[in-house]
Ligand binder design. Structure first.
Ligand code: GLA
Length: 374
């Protein structure tokens, strides 16, 4: 049990699930994530030194970060995200205070539910709290994204950090990644539930394959920007795509097609959610998965098997991978009264097809950053 009274603040930031709008945040698209009750909690107190002393509720490790020399911690197994976050906080000209931080993460690592964003965002918010600086969730999200890009080496978009910082209980977020305008959309699933299942495939080379996809979409934009008069791929219409598609090499054409069509699906999903039309929303999830499988090539056989098992259950309106891909989780929309039967069926079917045991998570749609004075 954590002795909360021994700390000055309890700060949390959320993991997230993305309902739809995958691999389009870094193309300036609109995405549709929601923050989860799976989160990272940081208990923090000032310690009167120049060091950030890290410990974990779930790990025996103890790490001390010298706040004057944060660059040296890039290759730490545990503590690297915290070091990168502190470095970006410092570089932004903010006051940094030596402190003890106890970290308690309930977002499963490598699951596609943004454990890294939850760690980065909560660490920066904890540094702000203990230094008496203002907590501005959007600013913190942007600094956390910088940590992920410049320190962890993943050239990510803004979706994860934004959802982790700015999420709102009971609401999904329609986030325009070009303008950072965010509309909160109450999640009303009318008799259906969201079910998140991890395929538990060990990840490998995720960062380099993610960065490769991003470079491919950059190449697509470069090839089309003058001819289509666009500054980001999300602004390319379906009609324009059809007209210019032959200018693109095969692989780049597939990637761009995914981006353009996924942007369309987000619009349709927003309408379906507003109308309470879960059948249409489910169909859009299925189409998104197919596109991520064949056009964007970020699924892999385990995620494909898990999505197929889910889609094969009669109570499932639709299912797809969520997050960066190459492993991690699926999200499914399932009739609430059949959820237990659905889970049993999918876990058994998936294990039979792949030999891996999948894991289901219980999670609510929850708030982003919270700060509690202890
Ligand atoms: C990862 C990245 C996000 C986003 C998703 C794919 O989670 O961190 O920025 O690109 O992949 O949608």
């Amino acid at each position: 049990m954590t002795d909360e009274k021994a700390y000055a603040y309890k700060v949390t930031a959320a993991g997230r699930v993305n309902i739809i709008g995958e691999h389009i945040d870094y193309c300036g698209g609109k995405v549709f994530p929601a923050a989860l009750s799976l989160k990272n909690t940081v208990y923090v107190r000032p310690n009167g030194t120049n060091n950030i002393n890290l410990s974990w509720t779930t790990l025996p490790d103890k790490v001390s970060l010298d706040t004057e020399n944060l660059l040296r911690y890039k290759s730490l197994k545990y503590g690297n995200y915290q070091a990168g976050s502190a470095l970006m906080w410092r570089r932004a000209g903010k006051k940094i205070v030596g402190c003890d931080m106890l970290q308690d993460c309930t977002v499963p690592f490598g699951s596609g539910l943004s454990s890294s964003a939850a760690i980065e965002v909560s660490t920066i918010a904890a540094l702000a709290a203990v230094a008496g600086e203002e907590i501005d969730p959007v600013e913190i999200a942007l600094l956390a994204q910088k940590a992920e890009r410049e320190f962890a080496g993943v050239n990510c978009g803004i979706m994860d950090q934004y959802a982790s910082a700015c999420g709102k209980s009971g609401n999904a977020m329609l986030l325009d990644c070009k303008t950072l305008k965010c509309e909160y959309v109450p999640v009303k699933l009318g008799g259906y539930s969201l079910v998140i299942i991890n395929c538990n495939k060990p990840h490998n080379l995720v960062e380099s394959r993610y960065n490769e996809r991003r470079a491919e979409t950059d190449a697509g934009l470069e090839a089309l920007k003058d001819i289509a008069g666009i500054t980001c791929l999300a602004d390319l219409t379906l009609k324009q795509f059809d007209r210019c598609a032959s200018l693109l090499h095969n692989k780049i054409r597939y990637r761009v097609k995914h981006v353009v069509e996924e942007c369309e699906r987000v619009k349709l999903a927003q309408n379906a959610m507003a109308a309470g039309d879960m059948v249409t929303l489910g169909r859009l999830l299925n189409e998104s998965h197919t596109s991520l499988r064949y056009l964007y090539e970020v699924t892999g056989k385990e995620l494909d098997a898990l999505a197929a098992a889910a889609q094969g259950h009669p109570a499932c309106a639709g299912s797809r991978m969520t997050g960066g891909g190459f492993g991690g989780c699926t999200i499914s929309i399932v009739r609430t009264e059949a959820v237990e039967d659905f889970k049993k069926y999918v876990l058994a079917r998936y294990e039979k097809d792949t030999g891996y045991k999948a894991t289901c998570y219980e999670a609510e749609i929850s708030d982003g950053i919270t700060v509690q004075k202890l």
